[in-house]
Design a binder for this molecule. Sequence first.
Ligand code: KIV
Ligand code: ZN
Length: 520
Amino acid sequence: MSDKNKVIIFDTTMRDGEQSPGASMSLEEKIQIARIFDELGIDIIEAGFPIASPGDFEAVTAISKILKNSIPCGLSRASKKDIDACHEALKNAPRFRIHTFISTSPLHMKHKLNKSPEQVLDAIKESVTYARNLTDDVEWSCEDGTRTDMDYMCKSVELAINCGAKTINIPDTVGYTTPSEYTKIITTLKNKVPNIEKAILSVHCHNDLGLAVANSLAGVSAGARQVECTINGIGERAGNAALEEIVMAIKTRNDLMPFTTGIKTELLSKASKIVSNATFPVQFNKAIVGKNAFAHEAGIHQDGMLKNRETYEIMTPESVGVKKTSLVMGKHSGRHAFKEKLNDLGYGNVTDDVIQAAFGKFKILADKKKHVYDDDIAALVDDSLVLDKYVINLKSLKVFAGTGEPQRAEMTLDVYGEVKSTVENGDGPVDAIFKCIKILYPHDVKLQLYQVHAVTEGTDAQATVSVRIEEEGKTTVGQASDTDTLVASANAYLSALNKMIIKRKKTAPMELKIQKVKGI
Ligand code: KIV
Ligand code: ZN
């Protein structure tokens, strides 16, 4: 297979994905995600929108310094200030991409930009030329591309290429297109834009009608050679095309789609887990990475599977890195064996402090729980990874629940180094717990989501609780695991709250940050 069939995988989990409510990630989480993406074989990592916030600027800067294989990229509007911020954040990387965009649909040009089509053409010329003077890897996107007049799109694409854009991205910003329509758009560009051979066409599909993956694949079949996507399909509203689905569709149906990607598919599960830990849980029936994606419940299916797994399996769980849940260690296992296990599970580069904290929790868990599985250990490490950044931590919790009495929680918290206790009644034990937290650290957030699921099987399984809270339009998600669902609930709420506290700090105006970086 020749290189013309190689599809470039452009991941935007940390930019478009982070724009999804509740998906904001801390710097540490983004660095952890960038490392696994680098290993996974992603070609381009869009690490953020540097002008948008100091947090994004910091993340793009940090990520651009650590990538070994992937090329870092930052997003900018069609403005010199945006492009400068991108350049400042990326310039330490040996190679980097600046991605600049402007809307081209009549609706967006009139109501969002208040610009005429001619003014938008001027902005394209100015922004792409400006970016091209800072790097030879410039991507240009026509926002709301699928609702853009085709002749106007051809004109603007030709102009962007003439100004030096090497990648032309056609976003289906509002998830409106269909596979046949998108095929037509890509085909028309290929046929009508005179200089199209000088650029790579890229697809970027949102999932509002559940068609993001189908549309992306249609675009590739029509000649696009870059796909923009996110792990777990996270993104604005209904999300973006899911990276794992695109890659596995190409791999599994290579007879119909004879393309290649550089993705090491055995790492997909791990990448999905790292992203879901930082954002929100993946639905059980999610293709490729959902908990049930390779589970067979019906007797007739199980019977078929035992005779020949291909009867009901079109790809193997191993091909995406799903291993059979394995029993790992018991309470007599030592630190050395624990460290080895962490290595096997892909946590080879966690610090000694994290190992120490996770090992302590493992010992407690092994005392409580008959079987400790790989997933249990992963949940312990994931919890320990974030703890040292938290300013409010649970010291102890007692809950009185059951029939006949009001439910009551007794809680002690460490709040910025001060130990505080309270007792509160609630409408149920979880309500009592959350009330205690509100008393000990007065705050005003809205609880948007509270979700519990089991990490492994059995009544002694650890529960993972996810909590999403909202404050002045900002949302954060916290997750925690414990064999005691109520302890996990308290820790999940505290995790979301701690992330909100971190987020509040990251609101200094961006201009100041850039001036600081430039020393002006
Ligand atoms: O969906 C979209 O239009 C985008 C662009 C900024 C590329 O995300
Ligand atoms: Zn998008």
